[in-house]
Write a new protein. Structure first.
Length: 267
């Protein structure tokens, strides 16, 4: 880090590897003003896409499709908890794997969902529907400290809910009397909107520090997607996604003394 006056010289101090060019305040603001035009256009484009999303058709899903919760089996329509809308995070699960080996992307996204009252005020229920058996996956929820509605999708319900796709989706549903309709779904980077960490990192000078990003030479990029530590390669030269052995969000739970024992293997 540099703290000398040279960082504020005018008209510009040439950038060194890993550092932006230092300029005076007026030059900085002029550059930012140009970028702000693009940012506002991006915001308006997002508004237009959201407006189109609200005009999508919908497809009916069997409201009686069974899922498993803390009190046993119940129909999908009960997951709405009396509200008209339901936002579901479908979590991938690796049967028989330890907590450290569970899905890092799903763990990251779900960990950022904390306060549900804002959704509830708009008549939206949030719930996680996990691919794993309820008892063992619920122990994972408890280890992570998630106070979220949690359900398991039994194998007999996968076809009705997943419909040839895969867990790791985010799906929106609408309830109309005793009928349930799917109105939207996304996956991959569409799931980023569940949390604010990436959005905040995108505002910083080094961004997400991930290997795929378009950054200037010398910018730190030690992360491989949602990896929990510095990116490394295996003997074959392939990127390793878990060099530190577990999702980032698990480390504070371990530091606080919470056990990550999920109980007997389900494999």
């Amino acid at each position: 880090m540099h703290d000398g006056a040279e960082n504020f010289s005018s008209p510009a101090t040439p950038a060194t590897p890993g550092l932006p060019t230092a300029v005076d305040r007026a030059t900085f603001q002029a550059e930012l003003d140009q970028l702000r035009v693009r940012e506002k256009a991006h915001t308006r484009a997002g508004d237009a896409i959201a407006a189109a999303r609200r005009r999508l058709p919908m497809v009916e899903v069997d409201a009686a499709t069974p899922v498993v919760g803390a009190h046993g089996t119940l129909p999908l329509i009960d997951v709405f908890a009396g509200r008209s809308q339901l936002f579901v995070a479908y979590m991938m699960w690796h049967d028989g794997a330890s907590a450290a080996e569970q899905c890092e992307g799903c763990t990251m996204n779900i960990s950022q969902v904390q306060e549900l009252s804002y959704l509830h005020s708009r008549d939206v229920t949030f719930a996680v529907l996990c691919e794993g058996p309820f008892d063992v996956s619920n122990r994972y929820r408890e280890f992570m400290g998630w106070e979220l509605p949690w359900y398991s999708v039994p194998s007999a319900s996968v076809a009705a809910l997943i419909a040839g796709r895969h867990f790791g989706m985010r799906v929106c549903y609408l309830r109309s009397n005793d009928r349930v309709f799917e109105t939207y779904w996304t996956t991959g980077r569409g799931c980023e909107l569940m949390g604010s960490a990436y959005a905040m990192l995108d505002m910083t000078i080094y961004g997400r520090q991930e290997a795929w990003e378009d950054s200037p030479p010398g910018w730190p990029q030690p992360f491989f997607n949602t990896a929990s530590a510095q990116m490394r390669t295996d003997a074959a030269g392939q990127a390793v996604n878990r060099p530190a052995g577990r999702p980032i969000a698990q480390w504070p739970r371990l530091a606080a003394g919470h056990s990550d024992d999920l109980g007997p293997s389900e494999r």
